[in-house]
Design a protein around this ligand. Structure first.
Ligand code: BGC
Length: 383
């Protein structure tokens, strides 16, 4: 089995790790950067995983618009969460001689032959949001601080449970517990899922250790908590099973750690169908989230979902475009993390963006006043 976990390396990455794996094939017909070429002579291949999550649609639109504004041609493909489809799409981009590839993978370890082919053709590769693993031919990585996403999710959960105060310090009037919680993780083939989980579990651990928090199902390994392909229905079914198996004697469930908004909404459906809620005030458990999808922002405004984590995909797209431009000029992109993202073969230099916790008390400021969503969209719960 592949070990897709990330290792936090103590040592500073060597300068060699920053060098580009692919050094640019400039022959006509072959791909890769031509440092003398105008943007208009260059096509970038953009491989996206799925359109079922709102964020990937936003990411794709932002990247395409941003690159086209700079004069590049863009070949962007979505793969409907199907690995062979994504492999074929990337093969085709390589065959058509793109200048560089931006890849948000489905399974980070499934693209090795594509990455090898890209390197052989001199085409540099930027991993977009999800790390590409088990291969050396990954030049750069743009993402958010994924470990902090998990820390924020756990802090939001404990804030909702009254264990932490508004400063996220232990609350003076905290309930003694034990409080029952259940834990959900993302897809095991997505390296991010491991970092979200580690950040969350590291933060919850003291409270699990001293018995303030209890997981009645006992399902506390990421393998047990995982949600294959991040599918909403899978999370909803697992929540239903947990409720019938471990809460059929009227046991109270206080909170659920959910790693992404569609999963949060599946979990909330299962909780509401079991007669809990419909709002937190009415007794719905505290449910976390991620991505600040419009439907979840509306649920937060309505006091149903407790929190989400906002990751501004506009900034990520900008960062990816900057990295691509540097690579196309033959330069090393600016990195702010050269230690964390060991992909199984090498440390991939990365640029990490910050994340923000969104709650009922700050969603207007973060999501509406900033212009990300209009009040009408929040009212309607859709874009
Ligand atoms: C992304 C999350 C997203 C999840 C499911 C992760 O790799 O970082 O933002 O919710 O995939 O699409």
């Amino acid at each position: 089995m592949h070990n897709r976990r990330i290792f936090m390396l103590g040592a500073t990455a060597t300068a060699a790790a920053l060098g580009l794996a692919a050094c640019g094939g400039e022959g006509a017909g072959s791909g890769g950067p031509d440092t003398d070429a105008e943007p208009s002579e260059q096509t970038l291949g953009v491989a996206m995983p799925t359109e079922t999550y709102e964020r990937w649609v936003a990411d794709g639109n932002n990247i395409k618009e941003g690159l086209e504004e700079k004069g590049f041609t863009v070949d962007m493909q979505y793969a409907q969460d199907d690995i062979p489809t994504q492999q074929q799409q990337i093969d085709q981009m390589i065959n058509s001689g793109v200048s560089a590839l931006l890849i948000a993978s489905i399974d980070g370890a499934s693209l090795s032959s594509q990455l090898d082919a890209a390197a052989a053709a001199g085409i540099p590769v930027i991993a977009y949001d999800r790390l590409l693993t088990d291969n050396e031919n990954v030049d750069f990585y743009v993402t958010f601080d994924n470990y902090k996403v998990g820390v924020n999710q756990a802090n939001a959960l404990m804030y909702g449970l009254g264990l932490l105060d508004q400063e996220f310090e232990p609350a003076s009037d905290a309930p003694e517990g034990p409080l029952n919680v259940e834990l959900f993780a993302g897809s095991l083939d997505d390296n991010n899922a491991h970092l979200f989980w580690e950040g969350a579990i590291d933060t919850l651990q003291p409270y699990l250790d001293d018995g303030t928090l209890v997981v009645p199902s006992g399902q506390m390994d990421i393998e047990q908590a995982a949600t294959q392909r991040w599918e909403q229905e899978t999370a909803q079914k697992r929540m239903e099973n947990l409720l019938t198996t471990h809460y059929n004697g009227g046991e109270e469930l206080s909170g659920v750690l959910a790693p992404a908004d569609p999963l949060s909404r599946g979990i909330i459906n299962a909780l509401q169908n079991s007669g809990r809620g419909p709002t937190i005030e009415d007794g719905l458990p505290i449910v976390t989230g991620q991505d600040a999808e419009i439907a979840s922002i509306t649920l937060i405004a309505d006091g149903v979902q407790h929190s989400t984590i906002f990751k501004d995909t506009r900034d990520l797209a900008d960062q990816a475009i900057l990295a691509a431009e540097s690579i196309l000029k033959g330069e090393d992109p600016e990195a702010n993390d050269t230690e964390t993202y060991e992909n199984g073969v090498k440390v991939v230099p990365a640029y990490l963006l910050e994340v923000q916790m969104v709650l009922q008390e700050n969603y207007e400021e973060i999501m509406v006043d900033s212009g990300y969503y209009t009040p009408e969209q929040v009212e309607a719960g859709k874009l």
